[in-house]
Design a protein around this ligand. Structure first.
Ligand code: 2F8
Ligand code: CA
Length: 153
């Protein structure tokens, strides 16, 4: 194996799953389940303070991981319709393509504009309620720094 191949292998197998202490790696991303409970806005801010964002769930695979990760606690995810009632969007601005609402949800009961992961599926809740939350950030990645050099940052 030449140096380039060793570097490529390192980047693929190690760097993609490197996370900060206290974060769990999964498919090139790192996840942290909050110790404390906060309202949706403060949860979002706390994730941003940690250079991350509230979890975004776009695939059945993401959902499977989130289900396992949230344990028995309901927790905020990065999904809201606060801007425009009924128009659910993720915190990165993308619209909903995949969804896992519980039967009968979202029902906007008493004005519920933020989504929570509950028993492995989603419910809309009032955004000022206090829940745990899951932050997500990308795992360490290798970049091509020069024609012949891969480095990690
Ligand atoms: O507390 C709000 C929550 O209350 C119920 O769930 C326990 C509602 N579910 C049904 O009406 C089926 C939720 O929609 C609501 O968010
Ligand atoms: Ca609801």
């Amino acid at each position: 194996m030449n140096l380039e191949e060793v570097r490529n292998l390192f980047c693929k197998t190690v760097a993609d799953s490197l996370c900060l202490s206290g974060w769990e790696a999964h498919k090139q991303k790192c996840y942290k389940f909050s110790k404390e409970k906060k309202n949706w806005k403060e949860s979002k801010q706390e994730c941003e303070f940690l250079n991350s964002r509230l979890i975004i769930i776009n695939t059945p695979e993401d959902q499977k991981f989130a289900e396992k990760f949230h344990k028995q606690y309901p927790c905020w995810i990065g999904l809201t319709d606060q801007e425009n009632e009924g128009n659910w969007t993720w915190v990165d601005g993308t619209p909903l393509s995949f969804s896992q609402w519980l039967d009968g949800e979202p029902n906007n009961a008493g004005d519920e504009d933020c989504a929570v992961l509950k028993s492995g599926r989603w419910n809309d809740r009032k955004c000022n309620y206090l829940f745990h939350f899951i932050c997500q950030q990308r795992a360490l990645r290798c970049i091509k720094a020069a024609a012949t050099d891969n480095v990690c940052f």
